[in-house]
Structure formats: structure tokens, C-alpha cells
Design a protein around this ligand. Structure first.
Ligand SMILES: [Ca+2]
Ligand SMILES: [Ca+2]
Ligand SMILES: [Ca+2]
Length: 288
């Protein structure tokens, strides 16, 4: 009897082991199928978007340099998620491109057919001098993120960011721009700033790192409602670090903030916010 009991136990045990093995094996297989399926799907999506890029970029813009990001929302309420694609003109001296392009479109099918919602040339309406002033040099296609509805028209604004040089991205920094999309007119435009001198300009900023005359200059750009009053600010922080001779140690640090507050139609330089203690504002860390 004990033998039989033991035998029964053994069979039970074996059954349990077999059942567990089947569950585990099935799970692993299922996971593999799910994972492989997901990878194939992503691969497929990339191929379809590549087809779309081939079809929709205007002549002259580089297909290989194209960047894209999916909008997380259905902007024009047609039940399809939008895709934002950017690209650049061929590089000058393999270092920068003089033109960049952005298009928002919806993918219609697997052949890469699309519906264009709005598009934008970063240099549209600008003279050659203005392009220089606003650092319109592109070391790569801009990457785009969807920000908040800064101008309160119901559509979210976009932030675009690009390396200023393909060769030395650390030394020459990045360009940042704030773009508004108006779906009623299908127009994309720069948001505007009024600078310290009272001049109105597109909201394009240069961030990064410079070195000259024994001084490091680091510039950071950030958007935030720093004083929590419902109006958004663009904050430009310049930090200077002077080095001593001959040991090149930092001997002196100084910093300056330029704060541009949204005034209902543009970001306007705000002396009061600029000179108040940025370090005490929540979410801001000096030198971040
Ligand atoms: Ca849509
Ligand atoms: Ca808006
Ligand atoms: Ca504010």
C-alpha cells in the first residue's frame, strides 16, 4: 500500500510538474510570440513610415536624415494619430545644413499614403541675415516634442530642438524653437519673443557651451510656469565660469537669467522675473 500510495503521489507530482511545465512553456512561447509579433510590428511601422517619408518630403530634403515622432493625440479629430516628420537640406562642409522642414501628417495605409495636415520651413519668410542671427544652422533634423497650450487657442505648441553642428555638437550647442500649430488655418509659425531691447523676434534660442578668454559660458533653456500664475515663461540661464592662470581652476562663477513671460500674444522679457532669485523657484535647479 505504501508503495502504491507513494506511486499515486508520484503520479500526482509528475502531473503537477507536467502541468506547470506546460503553463510555463506556454507562457514563454506566448511571450516569445507576443514579443516577436511586437518587434515585427514595430519593424513594419518603421518601414511604412519610411515609405511615407519618401512620398511626402519636398524635393531637396534628405530622406536619410529624417526624424519622426508620433503625436500622442488625435489633433484634427479624424480618429488617426498624427506623425511629425522633420528633415534637412544636404549638409554644407558635412557640418551643417541651411534649411530644415517639418510636416505633420496622418498615415492612411501600409503603402505609406498620407494626409498632410500642416507643414513648416524653418527659414520661411527670413532674410539671409536673419537666418544668421537666429542660428538657423542644422547639424541634424530637429526633434520635436509637443508642449503645452501656451497661447491658449486650444492647440498645443511644439518645441523643436536641433544640434547647430554635426561635427562639434558640444562646442556649438543646440537651437531651440517654439512653434504654434493653428489647425483652423493649418499654419505653423514661430511663437514670438520681445527681447531685452524691446525688439520682436521669433522664439528661437541657442543653448550650449562656449569657451573664450578663459571663461566657460553654459546656456540652458527651459519652459515653465515658474511663478505658477498660469502664464508660461521661457527661461534662458547663462552661467559664466572664469578660470585662473595657470592652473585653469574655476575661480569665479556668475550667472544671469533672462525670463520671457507669455503676455497673451508673445513671450515678453520680464525684468522683475529675470532679476528675482531663480534658485528659489520650484522645479529650477541652478546650473541644471
Ligand atoms: Ca488625426
Ligand atoms: Ca496653442
Ligand atoms: Ca508664469
Amino acid at each position: 500500500m505504501p508503495f502504491i500510495t507513494q506511486g499515486k503521489t508520484n503520479i500526482k507530482y509528475i502531473l503537477i510538474v507536467v502541468v506547470l511545465a506546460v503553463i510555463a512553456g506556454g507562457g514563454i512561447l506566448g511571450y516569445q510570440y507576443w514579443w516577436i509579433g511586437k518587434e515585427n510590428k514595430e519593424q513594419g511601422e518603421t518601414e511604412v513610415i519610411d515609405k511615407m517619408i519618401n512620398k511626402l518630403l519636398p524635393a531637396g530634403f534628405e530622406k536619410w536624415a529624417a526624424e519622426y515622432s508620433n503625436y500622442s493625440a488625435d489633433l484634427n479629430e479624424d480618429n488617426l494619430q498624427e506623425i511629425i516628420i522633420t528633415s534637412i537640406y544636404p549638409m554644407v562642409k558635412e557640418s551643417w545644413s541651411e534649411r530644415a522642414y517639418l510636416v505633420i501628417a496622418t498615415l492612411l495605409n501600409e503603402k505609406g499614403d498620407y494626409k498632410k495636415i500642416a507643414d513648416f520651413y524653418f527659414d520661411q519668410g527670413m532674410t539671409k541675415d536673419e537666418k544668421e542671427i537666429f542660428n538657423l544652422r542644422f547639424g541634424g533634423a530637429p526633434t520635436v516634442s509637443v508642449e503645452t497650450d501656451i497661447n491658449d487657442d486650444g492647440w498645443k505648441e511644439m518645441g523643436a530642438s536641433w544640434p547647430l553642428s554635426a561635427v562639434d555638437p558640444m562646442g556649438s550647442g543646440r537651437g531651440h524653437a517654439f512653434l504654434s500649430l493653428d489647425l483652423s488655418t493649418r499654419e505653423i509659425n514661430y511663437l514670438k519673443i520681445r527681447n531685452k531691447e524691446g525688439e520682436i523676434a521669433p522664439a528661437i534660442f541657442k543653448a550650449g557651451f562656449d569657451y573664450s578668454e578663459n571663461t566657460y559660458l553654459t546656456t540652458n533653456i527651459k519652459t515653465s510656469d515658474i511663478d505658477k500664475n498660469g502664464k508660461w515663461e521661457v527661461i534662458e540661464i547663462n552661467q559664466w565660469q572664469k578660470l585662473s592662470e595657470p592652473d585653469k581652476k574655476i575661480k569665479e562663477e556668475s550667472w544671469e537669467a533672462n525670463v520671457y513671460e507669455w503676455d497673451g500674444s508673445l513671450f515678453s522679457y520680464n525684468r522683475e522675473l529675470s532679476s528675482s532669485g531663480l534658485g528659489v523657484w520650484p522645479g529650477w535647479e541652478h546650473g541644471e
